[in-house]
Design a protein around this ligand. Structure first.
Ligand SMILES: [Mg+2]
Length: 209
C-alpha cells in the first residue's frame, strides 16, 4: 500500500460514526429534555433541538467531547467498520479526513478520542487528516455527509459520494444509503480508475448544484 494506491477519503461524523445519534442522547441530557422530544430529522446545525437558548452548538459540542467522550464512545454506523476492512483488503488506501478540530482547547482530547475509537472498532486507515478544506487532502473518491463539504468538494471536481442522512437529502447523487452501497460504489470507482474506461459518476453530476 503506497501513494500510488487508490485512495478513499472518508469523513467520520455521520458517515462512519453515528454522530447524530450520539449527539441526540447527549443533547437530551444537556437540555434536560426527554430524548423523544428531540427529532432525529435534524439539519446540519441541530437547530431543531432548540439549543440556541442554551448557548448554541459550540457549547453543546464542547460538553459532548470533554464531558461525555463523544468521539470515544459514539457507536459506528451499521456495517461501516466491516466494509472499511473489506475495502482495505482490496488494496484501497483509507484516508480519514475529519474537521473535528472545530473548537479551541479541545484538540488534544478530540485527537486522542478519535484515534482510540478507530482502534477500538478496528477501522483500518493509512492516513488521518484533521482538516476543514477536505479537497486539499487528495483522494480519488470522497465520502461525506455534510452538504457544505459535498458541494465544496464537487465544486473542485472531487468525486464525492453523499452518505445519506437527514441533513443532506436534497443533494443529488451519487449517494449511498448504506455501507453496502458504499462498498459497491467504491469498488466500481476503483475499477474505473484502474481501467480508465468508465465514468460511473458521470461528469454531469458535478454541475447540478
Ligand atoms: Mg460528517
Amino acid at each position: 500500500m503506497d501513494e500510488s494506491s487508490f485512495i478513499l477519503g472518508v469523513d467520520l461524523d455521520g458517515v462512519v460514526g453515528d454522530f447524530y445519534g450520539a449527539m441526540r442522547r447527549i443533547a437530551s441530557e444537556w437540555l434536560n429534555k426527554p430524548i423523544e422530544q428531540l427529532t432525529p430529522e435534524v439539519s446540519f446545525e441541530l437547530n431543531e433541538w432548540g439549543i440556541a437558548e442554551y448557548g448554541g452548538y459550540e457549547k453543546l459540542h464542547r460538553f459532548a467531547v470533554t464531558q461525555r467522550n463523544l468521539f470515544r464512545d459514539m457507536q459506528p454506523l451499521q456495517d461501516a467498520p466491516a466494509v472499511l476492512r473489506k475495502l482495505s483488503m482490496h488494496g484501497i488506501r483509507i484516508r480519514i479526513i475529519t474537521h473535528r478540530l472545530y473548537l479551541k482547547y479541545v484538540h488534544k482530547t478530540s485527537i486522542t478520542q478519535t484515534v482510540d475509537w478507530l482502534d477500538s472498532w478496528d477501522i483500518p486507515y493509512w492516513d488521518i487528516c484533521f482538516m476543514k478544506d477536505k479537497g486539499a487532502v487528495g483522494a480519488h473518491v470522497y465520502i461525506d455527509d455534510s452538504p457544505v463539504n459535498v458541494v465544496q468538494l464537487r465544486k473542485h471536481g472531487c468525486r464525492t459520494i453523499v452518505f445519506t442522512n437527514s441533513t443532506n437529502r436534497r443533494l443529488p447523487g451519487p449517494r449511498a444509503d448504506s455501507w453496502h452501497e458504499v462498498e459497491c460504489l467504491v469498488l466500481n470507482a476503483k475499477e474505473e480508475w484502474t481501467t480508465g474506461t468508465l465514468d460511473l459518476f458521470g461528469a454531469s453530476d458535478y454541475n447540478l448544484l
